[in-house]
Design a protein around this ligand. Structure first.
Ligand code: TYD
Ligand code: MG
Length: 454
């Protein structure tokens, strides 16, 4: 049988048997490359040709103890991991270059090593001396972490086999180079091969492996999507340039809840934990002003208050601007359409800017009402009553839907000194959390209540 070629798309990882200029799966141009198979050998026989042996089956009802966890003592990290590090788990930490991944993982390595794990930190980007200097700057020079500077995957695996660490950190997966794969480091095949070998090692030897991954301009981990499927946990480290805040977000976790966040602040001596993120996100807020609304949100298991800011101004353009930071542009368009169709409040001819303060990205539908309130407040040039939080989901009909965990949101607001809340009516009956609570059933009612018009 002739050896068949495989082609792979570097954007989405789809494979095909022929080359084409455009990937049929994702529609990207010039992303298809030939792939050399991992195992260079004769084409494998059909699986049916040889009989396998039966695999042992067990009952679903078998008692299973929860995995043991090691705590780093960095609470924001332990929580995002689902309550500490699980042995034999493979974790991918993605983020923009310069966001602080190496800093975070060096700090984590030091803390895990101090709590008794045998820890190896392999850098493919920096020399050991550079890593050591950073450790000194972070005050971690005495931590029992072993360093290596290497990009050759074969040598790294041999070292790991010999050392059998309990935790291995690989910084970064894009610099790793497998000599049996005939393409450049950072290419799809290389990243996939390295991720495969390292996660296989994790499962085989019970080592927890943390892989650092760079993120492309589009905000995805560079390399094939399959890497995200290979690992147990995917964390994203995000933040705005020029802001001190950094958010570690679990987007996938086989050992804990996804959507959990940890909040850090980048300081001159590394990342420090932010125990009360609401206070931090609201710290830059001044006097109540038009266009500014405090949203009582939930990130993972934790309530987080953030300020939503809107600016609405007459547009000099025939096509008015819609600019959004920290929130979904499609969702903004929907809210503008609902305001226009259900409440008769047009935004045509007006530029709209929306910003979530502090560099946080929010994706909860419960932010709808806070966004609508900020837009109206900016448009009417009228500030909301002081010390008020807003939350609730808006449906296309203009009806308001109650948000989950209403009670937690209200409690957090009260804890931070807020005295009033505006939320949808209905849902489970809850206490008012000590705040004066205004309940609205639809958007028109909300507009009337808050802005005295409808
Ligand atoms: P780094 O961890 O190297 O980022 P990544 O690995 O994600 O590329 O962090 C780089 C930035 O962090 C750099 O711009 C300097 C800043 N930084 C501090 O502000 N304080 C510190 O203590 C350290 C170590 C870095
Ligand atoms: Mg780095």
């Amino acid at each position: 049988m002739a050896k068949s070629k495989t082609f792979i798309c570097s954007a989405c990882g789809a494979t095909s048997t022929k080359w084409s200029g455009r990937c049929e799966a994702c529609g990207e141009w010039n992303t298809i490359h030939e792939e050399t198979p991992l195992s260079a050998g004769p084409a494998s026989k059909s699986l049916g040709a040889k009989r396998g042996s039966s695999i042992p089956l067990t009952s679903l009802a078998t008692e299973e103890t929860p995995p043991p966890r090691t705590h780093s003592g960095i609470e924001e990290l332990d929580r995002v991991l689902g309550g500490g590090l699980v042995p034999a788990s493979a974790i991918l930490v993605g983020g923009d270059p310069g966001i602080g991944k190496s800093t975070l993982l060096l700090q984590a390595a030091a803390r895990f090593a101090e709590s008794g794990l045998k820890t190896l930190y392999i850098s493919g980007e920096e020399a050991s001396a550079q890593v050591r200097m950073r450790a000194q700057r972070l005050g971690l020079a005495q931590a029992p972490v072993q360093l290596g500077a290497e990009t050759n995957l074969r040598d790294i695996l041999t070292t790991l086999e010999a050392e059998r660490p309990q935790l291995a950190i690989i910084d970064s997966i894009q610099t790793m180079w497998a000599d049996n794969v005939d393409s450049a480091p950072g290419s799809v095949s290389q990243v996939r091969a390295a991720a495969h070998e390292l996660t296989a090692f994790a499962k085989r030897r019970g080592t927890s492996v943390i892989l650092v991954g760079h993120v492309t301009k589009e905000g995805q981990i560079a390399g094939p999507r399959v890497v995200e499927h290979m690992v147990d946990t995917v964390l994203y480290f995000e933040g705005e340039r020029g802001h001190q805040f950094r958010i570690l977000r679990a987007v996938k976790n086989r050992f804990g809840p996804a959507d959990e966040i940890g909040v850090f602040e980048m300081t001159g001596s590394g990342l420090s934990e932010v125990i009360n993120p609401s206070a931090l996100f609201l710290s830059e807020r001044g006097e109540p002003s038009p266009g500014s609304v405090v949203f009582a949100g939930i990130e993972g298991t934790r309530p987080v208050l953030v300020e939503v800011q809107a600016l609405v101004a007459p547009s000099p353009h025939s096509q008015p601007r819609r600019t959004v930071v920290g929130w979904d542009g499609g969702r903004l368009a929907m809210i503008l359409a609902v305001l226009e169709a259900r409440c008769g409040i047009p935004f045509a001819g007006l530029d709209v800017y929306l910003n979530v303060a502090g560099g946080l990205k929010i994706s909860e539908p419960a932010a709808d009402l806070a966004v609508a309130a900020a837009l109206l407040s900016a448009r009417e040039d009228a500030a909301l009553p002081a010390e008020t939080v807003v939350f609730g989901e808006i449906s296309l009909s203009g009806a308001l839907r109650p948000a989950p965990q209403t009670e937690n949101r209200l409690k957090e607001a009260q804890k931070l000194g807020f005295t009033a809340a505006i939320a949808p009516a209905g849902g489970k009956s809850v206490t008012d959390g000590g705040l004066s609570l205004t309940r609205a059933t639809d958007l028109t009612g909300f507009v009337g209540e808050v802005f005295g018009a409808g």
